[in-house]
Design a protein around this ligand. Structure first.
Ligand SMILES: [Fe+2]
Ligand SMILES: [Fe+2]
Length: 368
């Protein structure tokens, strides 16, 4: 029987090594050199003060044991599903190791997307302060690419980017307005990421991965805050037709995200990388996706384990609602698509506010 230490064939021949296309985003010069929003200036200052060097503060000599899954079986989102219960212990461990590696690979590829969107905001936003802030986010995202690339190399498992995630980020990068780039990244993708990072931080048994994720989250909490601190006031000055266009864009992006992945697990039967996970673990895709459907019908995904965060319910939808992107015109579309509108921003506010990013995380820990 195979174990998690087997070297799987992870070279996906369907994944291109590069993808180059042109976009038509604005280049906006500004000559006032002022922060238009105090909160954006605060975020810029926090970003400067909280820069960190991954090579200095993390122990990269830590030996990651590939025979041990990075998260405990009981903490896996798959733990209560029928396909998982049918597996023996070593098969369960192998599946957790591979599905976690596939998730970490999405963190890595998503961070590259975030790097490019932050750079896009830097040159297209017509506001001096927002440009400076977006430059700090660009550096943050570069660091995130660096750490996840290094970690994926260490566990020797990098899976290809999920098509649904690439489509979501491409939709964002190819949009014609900087507001949409910020909605797609700072509200939707980063809401998703912050929830996933939080859950990885809570569940991983690997101290190096815990350290990486903890420090990445400190940066990400600022990124999500920026969407609110800057776009909130911008929407107050925009014509209703333009707000509706942005609200429609947000709806399409959320709908894409929720329909492409099963119950928000990130698993998709049209994702060659995820199918590769199942193949490497000798799990029948029909059995697996049948189990997911069953779990969805039983409401397993509606329950968030203690300390964990539901990305859509706790972060993404409240962030959209808070800046006024759930308009009367778009609200029925969510209802028709069966997407509940969660507006309670309690968790979101906790993730963002505080004097330092460290304090934000300590507040969350204390609240548990
Ligand atoms: Fe990031
Ligand atoms: Fe980010």
């Amino acid at each position: 029987m195979s174990t998690v230490t087997d070297t799987p064939d992870l070279i996906d021949t369907t994944q291109m090594m590069e993808d180059i296309y042109k976009t038509a985003t604005d280049i906006a010069w500004r000559f006032d050199y002022e922060f238009s929003e105090q909160k954006v200036e605060d975020l810029y200052n926090r970003a400067k003060q909280n820069q960190w060097d991954a090579m200095e503060i993390l122990d990269w000599d830590y030996e990651v044991d590939p025979s041990k899954p990075l998260i405990g079986g009981q903490d896996s989102i798959y733990a209560n599903m029928s396909f998982f219960k049918k597996l023996n212990k070593s098969q369960q461990e192998k599946f957790i190791a591979h599905s976690t590696a596939q998730l970490l690979s999405q963190f890595l590829h998503g961070e590259q997307g975030a790097l490019m969107t932050a750079a896009t905001v830097t040159h297209s936003v017509p506001d001096s302060g927002a440009k400076l802030y977006a430059a700090t986010q660009t550096m943050d995202e570069a660091r995130h690419v660096e750490v996840y690339a290094k970690y994926c190399k260490k566990i020797a498992m990098t899976y290809p980017m999920s098509p649904w995630l690439k489509a979501l980020i491409d939709l964002t990068l190819q949009s014609d307005k900087y507001q949409k780039v910020m909605i797609g990244m700072n509200m939707i993708v980063e809401g998703l990421a912050l929830g996933a990072f939080n859950n990885m931080y809570r569940t991983t048994s690997c101290p190096l991965l815990k350290g990486i994720t903890f420090n990445v989250m400190r940066d990400e909490s600022r990124h999500v805050s920026f969407g609110h601190a800057f776009l909130g006031p911008v929407f107050k000055t925009m014509h209703q037709d333009d707000i509706e266009e942005c609200a429609e864009f947000a709806f399409e992006a959320v709908k894409h995200l929720l329909t492409a992945t099963a119950g928000g697990t990130g698993a998709s039967d049209t994702d060659p990388g995820f199918l590769m996970v199942l193949d490497n673990c000798d799990i029948d895709p029909t059995d697996f996706f049948g189990s997911i459907k069953e779990a969805q019908e039983e409401g397993q995904f509606d329950i968030t384990p203690p300390g964990q965060i539901h990305s859509v319910k706790d972060l993404m939808m409240p962030a959209l609602a808070r800046v006024g992107l759930i308009t009367d015109a778009v609200r029925p579309k969510y209802e028709e698509a069966g997407i509940p509108i969660w507006e309670d921003a309690t968790v979101l506010n906790k993730m963002e506010d505080g004097k330092s990013d460290q304090a934000v995380l300590e507040n969350i820990a204390a609240a548990e």
